[in-house]
Design a protein around this ligand. Structure first.
Ligand code: SF4
Length: 356
C-alpha cells in the first residue's frame, strides 16, 4: 500500500487472517526467519536453553460452558465452526487431545480446545498455554508453541520445540533448565537418553515420607549388580518385572528385616521393606546429581529469563487474553508476540554490540 492509498475495511484484515494466513505457515516462516537472523548475527544458539509455559486466558465464557461429561466429540467437521474444527484436528496431538485422557471438568463449545484450569492463583478460567524455548545467553526465543494448559501438554510442547529447533537450525543445547513441571521420569529420560541434553530440572518425586521412616532417597542403587542397598547396608533384590506403575520392585529379606535394629525407622508395619524404582530411574538419578552441582545454582537463575519474557508479553504487549478462538488462533497470536519480542531483543543486542 502507498502512503495515500485508502485503508481497506477492517473486515478485510480479519478475512485475510482467518482465510489466507491460517491456511499457510506464513507466521511460522516469519518467526523462523527472525530467529535465523538472530543466529547469523551471533545471538542465539548457545549451549544452554530454558523452557517454561504461561497461561493466557481464552475467549470462552464459563456461563456458556458444559460439564465435560456432557460434551460429545462426535461432531461433523463439515458443519462445525472454525474453533471446533481446530479442536477435532488436534485430538491426536501431544500438545492437545493426546496430552491426557482425563475429561476436563468444563468445556466451552465455542472453543473446545481451551482448557478449564485453576492453575492460576485467582479464579479458574478457560486458557491456553504458550511455551517458550529460550537461549539463556542472549534471551532470544528459539521456539514458541501453543498447547493445552496442563502439565503433560506443556511437556509435549517442550519436546516439539527442541526437536523442531534441531531440525530447522541444527541447534541442540548441551543443557536445558526448567521447573519441576518438566521433571517427570519419562521426560528426563527423553532428554538424557534420546537427545543427550543434561536436564537442569528438579525431579518430580512423591516418594518422600514425612512420618519419620526412611524415604526412597535413603536407599542407594548398585547399577552393576542391579540391587538396592538399604540404610543397614543390606541388599534388596528384584525379579526385574516391570509393574503397571512403570516400577521395578526391590525387596529386602524378611528374616534380615525382622532382626534389623532399625526396623522401626524403616518398615514398622510390614515384615520387610519394599522399594520401587521407576524404569527411568537412572535418568532421575542423573537429574538429582545435577541439582546438587554449583552450575545448577546459575542455571536456576537463568531460568528466570523465560519468566521475564512472559512478564513482558503480558505487561507490555498486553497479551493477557486471547481474541481469536481455536488452536490455530492461539498459535498465531503466540507466534506473532514471539516475533515482536525477538525483533525488539535483536535491535537491543545489535545496538549494544555497535556501542561496545
Ligand atoms: S528393616 Fe530391612 S530394609 Fe530396612 S534397614 Fe533394616 S534390613 Fe534394611
Amino acid at each position: 500500500m502507498g502512503i495515500e492509498d485508502t485503508v481497506p475495511d477492517h473486515s478485510a484484515f480479519s478475512r485475510a487472517r482467518n482465510e489466507l494466513f491460517r491456511q499457510s505457515d506464513l507466521l511460522r516462516e516469519v518467526f523462523e526467519r527472525v530467529v535465523g537472523d538472530c543466529i547469523t548475527s551471533g545471538f542465539g544458539g548457545g549451549e544452554g536453553f530454558a523452557v517454561d509455559a504461561s497461561l493466557i486466558e481464552a475467549d470462552a465464557n464459563k456461563c456458556r460452558s458444559l460439564p465435560g461429561s456432557e460434551w460429545n466429540k462426535d461432531i461433523d467437521p463439515k458443519t462445525a465452526g472454525r474453533a471446533v474444527k481446530d479442536y477435532l484436528a488436534t485430538l491426536d496431538d501431544a500438545s492437545f487431545g493426546a496430552a491426557s485422557p482425563v475429561t476436563p471438568k468444563f468445556i466451552a463449545p465455542s472453543d473446545p480446545a481451551a482448557q478449564w484450569t485453576g492453575a492460576q492463583k485467582s479464579k479458574a478460567i478457560f486458557a491456553y498455554a504458550t511455551s517458550y524455548l529460550i537461549d539463556v545467553k542472549c534471551g532470544i526465543i528459539m521456539d514458541v508453541e501453543a498447547s493445552r494448559a496442563i502439565r503433560q501438554a506443556e511437556v509435549g510442547a517442550s519436546q516439539t520445540m527442541i526437536e523442531r529447533t534441531q531440525q530447522r537450525f541444527g541447534i541442540k543445547p548441551d543443557w536445558l533448565a526448567a521447573d519441576t513441571a518438566y521433571g517427570s521420569a519419562p521426560n528426563l529420560n527423553w532428554l538424557e537418553e534420546e537427545k543427550a541434553i543434561a536436564p537442569h530440572i528438579p525431579v518430580i518425586d512423591r516418594s518422600k515420607r514425612d512420618d519419620g521412616t526412611f524415604s526412597r532417597e535413603d536407599f542407594s542403587y548398585d547399577q552393576k549388580r542391579d540391587l538396592c542397598i538399604c540404610p543397614a547396608q543390606k541388599e534388596m533384590s528384584t525379579t526385574g518385572r516391570v509393574h503397571a506403575d512403570s516400577g521395578i520392585r526391590y525387596l529386602a529379606s524378611v528374616p534380615v528385616c525382622r532382626s534389623c535394629p532399625i526396623k522401626q525407622k524403616c518398615c514398622p508395619g510390614s515384615d520387610a521393606r519394599r522399594i520401587v524404582r521407576d524404569v527411568n530411574e537412572a535418568a532421575r538419578d542423573v537429574a538429582r546429581a545435577i541439582c546438587k552441582t554449583e552450575s545448577y545454582a546459575q542455571t536456576r537463575r537463568d531460568r528466570k529469563k523465560v519468566e521475564m519474557a512472559f512478564a513482558h508479553l503480558k505487561r507490555i504487549l498486553k497479551l493477557g487474553r486471547l481474541r481469536p478462538r481455536g488452536t490455530t488462533g492461539a498459535q498465531d497470536e503466540f507466534t506473532l508476540a514471539a516475533i515482536a519480542q525477538n525483533l525488539r531483543r535483536l535491535a537491543k543486542l545489535k545496538s549494544q554490540t555497535a556501542a561496545a
